[in-house]
Design a protein around this ligand. Structure first.
Ligand code: IVH
Length: 673
């Protein structure tokens, strides 16, 4: 019998060898052992992991065989690179259409024309062409700024360096997907879990020479900034892309109506494994650019597009344990630790069980043989239990009634809208009393959409918390770097990089600051609404006075749920300490009015009654894009009350009494042009 301690030593040794060999192979393109020996080494590592449940970040079971360079210059995207919402079935598509029909105030029977494009599972890139010359290529990065990977992108033969076409816009960002074909991936699959990782790793090589040796492909599908605004439809744009010399997908189609989208989805899903590259769904874009423009965006995704994913791959495995994770908002999420299985190129060892109800509904137990499913970037989950394989001595799983982290009472909140208790159980401790909640709050604080501290990942937060370097968000600004530099894995370069990124994160907009606090029900959208209303940090801090919080009900989009959550937040002394400390370290920028030259600049509007031909949501977005503002209460700040059909008389009377101008939709139309 191999002793654990001996096995561990052997395992660590093999990981070290593996790391050295893969670096030689990938970074230096100079393998020092044969492919067979390399495969054998990998298999031995995986066997040890299975037997002893060992883990190591450098293991071949963990995606990349080497870490790509982080030394690319950052460069802002002129137009943000967005992500897409997902749909998994017909119902999701119907809901997607319903929302846009409502937004555009169109009749239910209206049928949209779509551009349906396969969603290649690669890495997106944005190519800037100036007077026909490729001048810059960026990775997506965080959507707002990407990495300058021009030299690497230029090695891809599908990417033209010059375009001489009369109708090629003088200044344009062409966007598309960089990927690797499956047959090419075969040759390098020992070091990457899947083709996507291989493409990403290859694209971010320090040395473009090395990128050029890897047969990357590029398919174009959209544009960011463009000096030519005369294009009418996405499908026509795709035709132009081809004419200009870009590769476009041969599976792109123009399709009208959901029924036809579904049959196209079925056809392509059947064919997907015959293709020489991975696709994980079909992207549907409202074809008409005028409609796209009217629909606009929500935070990070357009309203006018959706990714219809293919059904997931699944696999059978065994539940080794059930962990209860505590999230930032106190939600207790059960997670099954399973015997590692490979599902569609990714090794899965955790699967979410969602919540307490899900466990009891499916009667999921430790030791059970289960089917788990993984779809794209969604967390794998358990779909069913194979009861025929259940062990005789298995016991029902008992969900803890107290928080496993701090021991506090847990509750299922009553939802006054659904008139039901939530399925999720939550830890009731407030502020930073619960260890797990505190750690999650700090992870959120440093994350991409909040302070965006580069290189301050979740593992580092966990580690720093455990050794007492950080307990509260503001501790990040008084870190003991002497101590950090003595920690395992921290060289002077990484310490300096961390210092720099912390320094850089200090300048922050008010909305990101509010979002970073992780207040329940205050996501990115609500944080933006608050910042727009409050304008400067002083007004946010004034919410300490609970009566000011009530005023926020004037913001269209903020309701009782958000108000109550803010009250709870400002009621907690530690939160007040945190924000006061943060305000000393951070340079919180006041809200900048957009469209300050808009024709409705500074004017405040409110609606009552039903509008004609246009939805409230679109009218709001129109007013806002012209510099105006919307509120949902008659106050002194209101300039215009817009009345539609069947207005609330009380509101009209109150407005008149306060000498607020009462206008109809026609007048609003005229004001907007
Ligand atoms: S359009 C405007 N078109 O999907 C919204 N994206 O989840 C996004 N992708 O980052 C760009 N095929 O990497 C668009 N035909 C296609 C696409 C596509 C793949 C990827 C792209 C993007 C991600 C969004």
């Amino acid at each position: 019998m191999l002793k654990i301690s001996k096995a561990k030593k052997e395992y660590k040794e093999k990981i070290k060898q593996y790391k050295r060999y893969s670096k030689k192979y990938f970074e230096d393109s100079a393998p020092i052992i044969s492919d067979q020996d390399f495969d054998l080494l990998k298999k031995e590592i995986l066997d040890l992991e299975k037997r002893f449940d060992f883990k190591d970040k450098n293991s071949p079971s963990k995606t990349l065989g080497f870490t790509p360079s982080k030394n690319f210059e950052k460069y802002p995207h002129r137009v943000k690179m967005l992500s897409l919402a997902n749909a998994f079935n017909e119902e999701d598509l119907i809901n997607f259409e319903k929302k846009i029909l409502n937004f555009l105030n169109l009749n239910r029977s209206f049928e949209f024309e779509y551009s349906a494009e396969p969603k290649i599972d690669g890495i997106s890139a944005s190519l800037t062409y100036n007077s026909g010359k490729l001048i810059r290529g960026l990775s997506r990065g965080n959507g707002e700024e990407g990495e300058d990977i021009t030299s690497n992108l230029k090695t891809i033969s599908d990417i033209p360096h010059y375009i001489e076409h009369k109708d090629f816009p003088n200044d344009i960002d062409i966007r598309g997907e960089v990927f690797i074909q499956n047959t090419d991936f075969e040759k390098m699959k020992d070091s990457f879990a899947n083709p996507r990782n291989a493409a990403s790793g290859s694209l971010r090589q320090k040395d473009p020479e090395k990128t050029s040796k890897i047969p990357l492909k590029f398919v174009a599908y959209t544009f960011g900034f463009s000096s030519d605004q005369s294009m009418d439809k996405q499908t026509n744009f795709l035709i132009k892309l081809k004419k200009w010399g870009f590769k476009t997908s041969e599976l792109n189609k123009k399709i009208t109506g959901i029924k036809n989208l579904l049959s196209n989805h079925q056809n392509i899903e059947k064919k997907r494994f015959e293709l020489n590259y991975d696709i994980d769904g079909i992207v549907y874009k409202i074809n008409d650019f005028t409609l796209q423009k009217r629909l606009g965006f929500v935070t990070n995704a357009p309203r006018w597009a959706i990714a219809h994913k293919f059904s997931a791959s699944n696999s059978v495995t065994e539940i080794l344990n059930i962990d209860i994770q505590v999230g930032r908002t106190g939600a207790l999420t059960p997670v099954a630790k399973v015997k590692p299985v490979n599902i569609g190129g990714v090794v899965v060892s955790n699967a979410t069980l969602h919540n307490e109800e899900e466990i009891s509904r499916k009667d999921i137990r430790i030791g059970d043989t289960v089917k788990i499913e993984r779809a794209g970037d969604v967390i794998p989950h358990v779909i069913s239990v194979d009861l025929s394989k259940r062990k005789k001595n298995s016991k029902k799983f008992i969900f803890p009634l107290n928080c496993p982290s701090c021991g506090s009472k847990t509750i299922k909140e009553y939802n006054s809208q659904t008139k039901k208790h939530d399925a999720v159980r939550r830890c009731t401790s407030e502020g930073f009393k619960c260890e797990k909640i505190s750690i999650e709050k700090i992870k959120h604080f440093v994350s991409k959409d909040a302070l965006n501290i580069d290189g301050f990942g979740k593992k580092i937060v966990q580690n720093f918390w455990e050794i007492g370097l950080i307990k509260l968000p503001h501790d990040i600004f008084s870190l003991n770097f002497d101590r950090i530099s003595k920690l395992d894995g921290w060289g002077s370069l990484s310490v300096n990089n961390l210092k720099k990124s912390i320094q850089k994160s200090k300048k922050i907009s008010l909305d990101k600051f509010i979002f970073s606090l992780g207040i329940r029900h205050i996501g990115q959208e609500n944080a933006k609404l608050l910042s727009e209303f409050l304008k400067k940090k002083e007004n946010f801090f004034r919410l300490k006075n609970q009566s000011y919080i009530e005023d926020l009900i004037n913001i269209d989009g903020i309701g009782d749920t958000q108000i109550n959550s803010l009250k709870m937040f400002f009621n907690e002394k530690v939160n007040l300490d945190v924000i006061s400390n943060l305000s000393k370290s951070l340079d919180i920028q006041s809200f900048k009015e957009k469209n300050s030259n808009g024709r409705l600049k500074g004017q405040v509007f409110m609606f009552t009654g039903k509008l004609n031909n246009i939805s409230r949501a679109e009218a709001k977005s129109l007013i806002e894009s012209n510099g105006g503002k919307i509120v949902s209460n008659v106050t002194k700040k209101l300039d215009y009350l817009v009345i539609g059909e069947k207005p609330t008389i009380k509101k009209v009377d109150l407005a008149k009494k306060n000498k607020i101008k009462v206008i109809n939709q026609k007048t609003l139309d005229e004001m907007l042009n």
